[in-house]
Design a protein around this ligand. Sequence first.
Ligand code: SF4
Length: 333
Amino acid sequence: MSEDVLIEARDLSVHYPLRGGSMFGPKPVVKAVESINLDIGKGNFFGLVGESGSGKTTLGKALLQAAPITRGTVGYNDGEVKFDLTQLTPADLKEYRKRAQLIFQDPYAALSPRMTVRDIIAEPLEVMGLTSSRDETDARVREIAEKCRLNLEHLRRFPHAFSGGQRQRISIARALVSRPQFVVADESVAALDVSIQADVLNLLKEIQQEMGLTFLFISHDLSVVAHICDHVAVMYLGRLVETAPTRELFANPRHPYTKALLSAIPSLDPDDRGKAQKLEGEIPSPTNQPTGCKFHTRCPYVTDHCRQEEPILQHSSTGHEVACHRWEELMTP
Ligand code: SF4
């Protein structure tokens, strides 16, 4: 595992068995994540995008050891400790929980209404035994609250007294108080008003740079990802179909699915209106996946080859990877 990589997933798959099926045939399974190879560089703001049902959240959970890994490996190396997440001892898992944290999607549901803001933020320190006195805990809570631009007077109040944006800043403070290295932010601004989203995104970026954190930022919204991420991976039906540095992906998308997602971003340019490539149909069920390329049922460029053989992610020296049999031909004007 390279020294500048924090998370390295190889052939990572998460399958959930379903009840039912015939007594003699294979049991049905949901293939939520299938054969993912992914490197997240240290200090990277890494975006993961796709429609709902594409497996983004399950992949994020697997990287936090919060979803069962069916096959493959996930390496973690922050320079101080190294783990294979599939081989963690209970002591390793405890250590990993300090170093890898989640910011929840819904700031209304994530905070206990019966706890003060101080107690909410302090809870991870107390549960993980990271401080040895109440004074030390209070000092850590105040330090992270200030970083998250929370008014220290508000630490004695309860969450219901706050707006969505303030609640999300409390959630962020809670996730960061244990000084993690890796943070998964799952649709962390989706529940907020558009006017508040930019404020929270700027805060995340500022904190990430100041604390040297590595983020996995999960979103269905490519305009948000373009604003904040250094590198982007696009998921479809449990697979990665394209990954690239953000500028490269937005300037030269290669996969028909990525192109359709990008063209659906509203544009202020009147010449661009009406050019959106509409995505026809629904994402197929992960229990009954199409043969060959998983996008073939919705792709306007499908051929027989696509229906029969699944394309693999092709690497290039620029770091732009794509899984499509026809991407080069489709890029030719
Ligand atoms: Fe479309 Fe074929 Fe490429 Fe799949 S492999 S995205 S069906 S052109």
